[in-house]
Design a protein around this ligand. Structure first.
Ligand code: ZN
Length: 951
C-alpha cells in the first residue's frame, strides 16, 4: 500500500518535471552533496547523506526559492580496477562480498570483471534507489566522470592550474601500493585511513665494514645513545645502499626500496650474531653495545633502534628488563658490559628531573616493555619535550637550545657529514591497499603535484573559507588547520579510470583532483550531454565559465550565451554537503581550486559536514558486511519511514545509529499522523477541504492555546531547518507538536462528537500546516494526505507554513501550564494525605506578589536588596517582613521559571474547573483571598503556583 503510494507520487513528480530547475526570476539556491563512487550497493549510511540535501532542497523550494539539486557519479580512480581484477581472479572474499552484501545476482557476478561494467551497474542502481527514496533531483544534469564531455572540462581545469604554476613536477614521498604501482589516497585503503607520513632521520652506526642504520624522529637524542636494540626474533638483511652495507630488517627493505634507488639485498643476517658486538656512535665516537629487545618492530623505520633511555620510555624499560634477565645476559655474554650502561641526561624539561623516562614510567605504572601503556608514555613525553624541552647545559655546542630547534640543526649537520640520511614511514601501521597489499612510502620523482604548500594559494584559500558558513561551526578550525598544513598532492596516477594529463599523456588525473570544481559542471551539464566533446575546447570553457573571449570557440554564440547565462544564474554554490572524513582532502581541495580558478563572486558560500553511521551501535562497513542496503530498508519500511528515521535520530553532523526498534517506533509515529488526518475528517463529519477552511473566532483558552503551540513549533522548526538541524526541526514539527495535539484532543474530548466549529477550525488548521511542515521529510505521505483532504496542487510546491507570531502567546502557554500543574500538584498531594479528601481549596497569589515578581523581572537578577528597595519605594504592600520572604522565594524561582507577565489565574481556573475536577475526582474551590484559610496555607500562594489545601 505504502509502496504503491510512493511509486505513484514519484511517477507524478517525474511526469510533471517538478524538480527540473531552470533559471527564472526567483531567488536561486544551488546545493550539492559529494557525488557517490558507485563501486557497491547503496546502504542506509548513504541514505542519510543524500536525504539531508533533499530535505533542505524541498524546504527551500517551499519557501519560494528556485532550487537546484543535481546528482552525478564519480567513477574515476583505481578501486574498481582492483575489484574487477579480484572478480576475474575469482577471489572468494570479493565474490562473497558482492553476492551477499551488495546483493548482486549470481548471474551478474562475472560481468563485474569489467571495471566500467561495475560503475555502470552500480550507478544505475544508485539512480534507481535515489528515485525510490523520492529525492528531488534534477536528473537532466546527471553525468559520469568518464563522459567525454566531462573529461574536456577536467582537461580545461587542470590546464588552468598548470598555467598558473600550481602544478609542478617534483620529488615527494607518497603513500603507494607496490602491487598496483599507484599512489593511493584514503579512498583506496582497506585499513590505515588518515594515517600520516613521518619524516625520520636515518642515523648510521658503523660496525666494521657494515652500518646499522636506525630511524628516529628525534636525532638530537643521539647524544644520549647508550646501545643499539635488535629484535632476535625478526629477519634482518644486509643491503647495498649506494656502496654502503646497511643492516635493516626485511620488512624495512620492502618500504625503503621505494625511497632509495638500487637498495639491493646482499645476504640474510642473523641478529644473534650481532648482539653482544659494538657499533660506533657517529656523533660522539663512543662504542655502543648491541642488545636484544622484543619491543623493536620489524616494520617501523629500519627495524634497528638506538637506545636513549633518559627520554625514551621504551628504551628505559627495555634496559631495566634486560638488567633483570640473567638468562639473556648469559646467552649473549653481556655480564661485563651491562652494568656500565646507564641513561645519559640530554634534555631538561620543567616538571621532570634528570631521567624523564624513568619518572613517566613510574607515574603510569608501566611494568615491562610489552605494556600497552608504553605508547601513551612515549607520546606524552615526546610532546612535552618538543614543546618545552631545552638541551641540557653540559652538552657542548647545543646546550641551552630549545629541543625543537636543536633537532633541525642536528639533522642538517649530520646529513651534511654523511652520518645520516632521511627516510619516510607511516606514523602507524598497518596501511593496507584495497587490493590487500601492504602500502609503502614511495619517493616519486617524475610525478605531478598540486602545490597546496604554496603560500599565496594557501592565503587565498583561507579567504574562501572566511567567506563561507561552516556547519557545524567548530569544524572551521579543522579547515584552517588542513588548509595551512596540506602538503603538495600527487595528482597523477598510473592506473585507473579517468582523464589523462593533457600535457603528459602517460599520466591519469587522480580522482580527488578531477572532482574539485565539478559543481559548476552541473549548471551546464544538461546542454553538454548532447554536444560533441571535440567542440568543447579550452576556449569554450574559458568563455562560459570565466567570460574570456576568444576566436577559438567552436560552438555558436547563441548557444554559448545560453550556457553561460545558466552558469552565471546558479553559481556560486550555496551549500556543499559532505562527510567529515573529507574535510582534510576533498572539501579543502574544493576551496583551493575555487580560489585558483574562479573570481571571488563565484566562491562557495557554505559547507555542511556530516557524521558517520552506526548499525545497532557498530560502525557501518560494507567490506565487513555490517550494513543494511537502502533498497531493502525501503522495501521493509517504506522510503518515508527511512527518511524520517534518518533525519530524526541525529543532527546531520552527529553519528546516527540505525536501531530496528527505533525505526519501528518511527513507523508507528507516521501511521499515527495518517490516522490523525482521518480523525480530523471524522470530527468534521463531512469531507475535509484544506483549501477552504472555515475561519472561526476563538474564545476558549484551549483552542487559542493549540494554535499558539502550532505557530511556536512552526517558528522553531523553520529556524532549525535553516541551520540544517533536521533532528531539532522534527522534534518541533513532529514529536512536540504531536504531544500538544494529543493533549488538545484530550482536553476537548467531550466536544469531539458535537461538530464544534472552533474545534473543527483548530484541527483543520493544524492538519493543513502540519502536512506542509512534514512534506520535506515524508514527501510521499504528505502528497497523499494533501490530495486526499483537498490541498491544492502538489504539497511539494505548496508554500512553507509561516509562523503567525501574533498567535504565539506565552501567556496562553503559561495558562495551560497552570491548569496542568494544579492537577499534577493535587494528585501528588493526595497520594501523601491519609484519609478521605472532600474538598480541595486552591489559593491564588494576591496582586502585590505579582507586582513584586514584575519588579524582580525588571531588575533581571535575584538581587534581593534591590528588589526589596524598589518594592518598598513603590509601596506595593505594607508588611516588609512578608515582602522580604516572598522576594527571596522569587529570587530562587526566577532563574527556573520564565516570567511572562500577569495572567488571570481566577479566570483560567474557572474556565477549566470541570476538567480539573474530572482529572482529580474532587470538588475544587478557588480562593482569591484568605477569608477561609483554616491551616494558613494562602500565604504560600505564588504567581503561577497557587497554594493547595485539602479537607
Ligand atoms: Zn593495491
Amino acid at each position: 500500500m505504502t509502496e504503491n503510494i510512493e511509486k505513484k507520487w514519484q511517477k507524478k513528480w517525474e511526469n510533471d518535471k517538478l524538480f527540473e530547475s531552470d533559471p527564472n526570476d526567483k531567488e536561486k539556491l544551488f546545493l550539492t552533496v559529494a557525488f557517490p563512487y558507485p563501486s557497491g550497493a547503496m546502504h542506509i549510511g548513504h541514505g542519510r547523506t543524500y536525504t539531508v540535501p533533499d530535505v533542505y532542497a524541498r524546504f527551500k523550494r517551499m519557501e519560494g526559492y528556485n532550487v537546484l539539486f543535481p546528482m552525478a557519479w564519480h567513477v574515476t580512480g583505481a578501486p574498481v580496477i582492483g575489484i574487477a581484477e579480484r572478480v576475474r581472479r575469482k577471489d572468494p572474499w570479493t565474490l562473497d562480498l558482492y553476492e551477499n552484501v551488495h546483493k548482486v545476482p549470481k548471474e551478474e557476478l562475472p560481468n563485474l570483471a569489467d571495471p566500467e561494467y561495475i560503475v555502470r551497474y552500480f550507478s544505475s542502481e544508485y539512480n534507481e534507489v535515489m528515485h525510490d527514496m523520492g529525492y528531488s533531483i534534477d536528473w537532466r544534469r546527471e553525468f559520469r566522470t568518464i563522459d567525454p564531455t566531462y573529461k574536456k572540462f577536467v582537461e580545461w581545469q587542470i590546464s588552468k592550474l598548470k598555467d598558473k604554476g600550481l602544478i609542478i613536477k617534483g620529488e615527494h614521498p607518497v603513500k603507494y601500493c607496490p602491487r598496483d604501482k599507484n599512489p593511493v589516497g584514503d579512498h583506496d585503503l582497506l585499513e590505515g585511513e588518515g594515517v600520516g607520513v613521518n619524516e625520520l632521520t636515518l642515523l648510521k652506526f658503523k660496525m666494521d665494514d657494515k652500518i646499522l642504520v636506525t630511524a628516529t624522529l628525534r636525532p638530537e637524542t643521539i647524544i644520549g645513545a647508550t646501545n643499539i636494540w635488535l629484535n632476535p626474533d625478526i629477519e634482518y638483511i644486509e643491503v647495498d645502499a649506494e656502496g654502503e652495507h646497511w643492516i635493516i630488517t626485511k620488512e624495512a627493505h620492502h618500504n625503503l626500496k621505494h625511497q632509495i634507488k638500487d637498495l639491493n639485498i646482499i645476504r640474510e643476517v642473523d641478529p644473534n650474531d650481532l648482539i653482544g658486538g659494538f657499533v660506533e656512535n657517529p656523533f660522539t665516537g663512543d662504542k655502543l653495545p648491541i642488545f636484544p629487545a622484543s619491543f623493536v618492530s620489524g616494520s617501523y623505520g629500519s627495524g634497528v633502534v638506538f637506545s636513549e633511555p633518559a627520554d625514551a620510555p621504551a628504551d628505559y624499560i627495555a634496559l631495566q628488563d634486560l638488567k633483570n634477565n640473567k638468562e639473556l645476559i648469559a646467552k649473549y655474554h653481556l655480564e661485563d658490559i651491562i652494568d656500565d650502561v646507564n641513561p645519559i641526561n640530554v634534555c631538561s624539561v620543567k616538571g621532570y628531573g634528570e631521567i624523564p623516562a624513568a619518572e613517566i614510567i613510574e607515574k603510569l605504572g608501566i611494568k615491562d616493555q610489552n605494556d600497552p601503556k608504553l605508547h601513551d608514555a612515549t607520546n606524552e613525553l615526546y610532546k612535552v619535550e618538543h614543546r618545552k624541552g631545552i638541551i641540557s647545559e653540559h652538552i657542548p655546542e647545543y646546550g641551552g637550545k630549545k629541543v625543537a630547534i636543536a633537532r633541525e640543526e642536528f639533522k642538517a649537520d649530520m646529513i651534511d657529514k654523511n652520518m645520516a640520511t632521511t627516510m619516510y614511514d607511516f606514523a602507524e601501521r598497518p596501511v593496507i591497499c584495497r587490493c590487500g597489499e601492504d602500502c609503502v612510502v614511495k619517493i616519486m620523482d617524475n610525478q605531478w603535484f598540486l602545490k597546496y604548500s604554496d603560500e599565496e594559494w594557501t592565503a587565498k584559500t583561507h579567504e574562501v573559507l572566511n567567506g563561507e558558513t561552516i556547519i557545524p561551526k567548530e569544524v572551521k578550525n579543522n579547515f584552517e588547520y588542513y588548509i595551512d598544513w596540506l602538503d603538495d598532492w600527487a595528482c597523477s596516477r598510473n592506473v585507473g579510470l579517468g582523464t589523462r594529463l593533457p600535457w603528459d599523456n602517460q599520466w591519469l588525473i587522480e580522482p580527488l583532483t578531477d572532482s574539485t570544481i565539478y559543481m559548476s559542471y552541473y549548471t551546464i551539464a544538461k546542454y553538454l550531454r548532447n554536444m560533441n566533446a571535440d567542440d568543447l575546447n579550452p576556449a569554450f570553457f574559458d568563455k562560459v565559465l570565466l567570460d574570456i573571449d576568444s576566436d577559438d570557440v567552436k560552438v555558436d554564440d547563441e548557444t554559448v550565451k545560453e550556457i553561460q547565462d545558466e552558469f552565471n544564474y546558479w553559481y556560486p554554490l550555496d551549500w556543499r554537503l559532505s562527510a567529515k572524513d573529507l574535510v582534510g582532502n576533498h572539501l579543502s581541495f574544493l576551496m583551493f581550486h575555487h580560489s585558483a580558478i574562479y573570481p571571488k563572486e563565484k566562491w562557495p558560500r557554505g559547507t555542511v559536514v556530516f557524521g558517520m553511521g552506526l548499525l545497532e551501535g557498530n560502525k557501518m562497513s560494507s567490506s565487513k558486511g555490517n550494513v543494511i542496503l537502502l533498497k531493502d530498508a525501503i522495501e521493509q519500511y517504506s522510503a518515508d519511514v527511512v527518511r524520517l528515521f534518518l533525519m530524526a535520530s541525529a543532527e546531520p553532523w552527529q553519528d546516527f545509529d540505525w536501531r530496528e526498534k527505533e525505526v519501528l517506533g518511527t513507523k508507528r509515529r507516521l501511521e499515527w499522523f495518517r490516522e490523525f488526518a482521518a480523525k480530523v475528517e471524522e470530527v468534521k463529519n463531512s469531507p475535509l477541504d484544506l483549501t477552504n477552511i472555515e475561519k472561526v473566532e476563538l474564545n476558549r483558552t484551549i483552542d487559542i492555546w493549540m494554535l499558539s503551540q502550532l505557530n511556536q513549533h512552526i517558528k522553531e522548526a523553520t529556524e532549525a531547518l535553516d541551520g540544517f538541524q533536521t533532528r531539532k526541526a522534527l522534534q518541533e514539527s513532529l514529536f512536540l507538536l504531536k504531544k500538544d495535539v494529543d493533549h488538545y484532543l484530550y482536553r476537548v474530548k467531550h466536544l469531539l462528537d458535537s461538530q464544534d466549529p472552533a474545534i473543527i477550525y483548530v484541527l483543520s488548521t493544524v492538519l493543513e500546516a502540519w502536512i506542509r511542515l512534514l512534506a520535506p521529510f515524508t514527501p510521499h505521505t504528505c502528497e497523499e494526505l494533501w490530495e486526499t483532504y483537498g490541498g491544492e496542487g502538489y504539497v511539494s510546491q505548496a508554500s512553507w507554513p509561516e509562523a503567525d507570531e501574533s498567535l504565539v502567546s506565552p501567556k496562553i502557554e503559561k495558562s495551560e501550564e497552570l491548569v496542568q500543574n494544579i492537577i499534577k500538584d493535587i494528585n501528588q498531594i493526595k497520594k501523601m494525605v491519609k484519609g478521605n479528601v472532600e474538598k480541595i481549596h486552591v489559593y491564588l497569589a494576591p496582586d502585590w506578589k505579582w507586582d513584586l515578581y514584575e519588579i524582580a523581572e525588571e531588575i533581571g537578577k535575584p538581587d534581593i536588596g534591590q528588589i526589596m528597595g524598589r518594592a518598598i519605594g513603590a509601596n506595593i504592600y505594607d508588611d516588609k517582613k512578608e515582602i522580604a520572604a516572598v522576594a527571596k522565594k522569587i529570587g530562587r524561582e526566577m532563574t527556573k521559571t520564565k516570567y511572562v507577565g500577569k495572567i488571570d489565574e481566577n479566570q483560567i481556573i474557572s474556565d477549566a474547573i470541570d476538567y480539573i475536577m474530572e482529572e482529580t475526582g474532587d470538588k475544587v474551590i478557588v480562593h482569591t483571598d484568605d477569608s477561609y484559610d483554616p491551616e494558613n496555607k494562602a500565604r504560600n500562594a505564588m504567581p503561577y503556583k497557587p497554594a493547595i489545601f485539602m479537607e
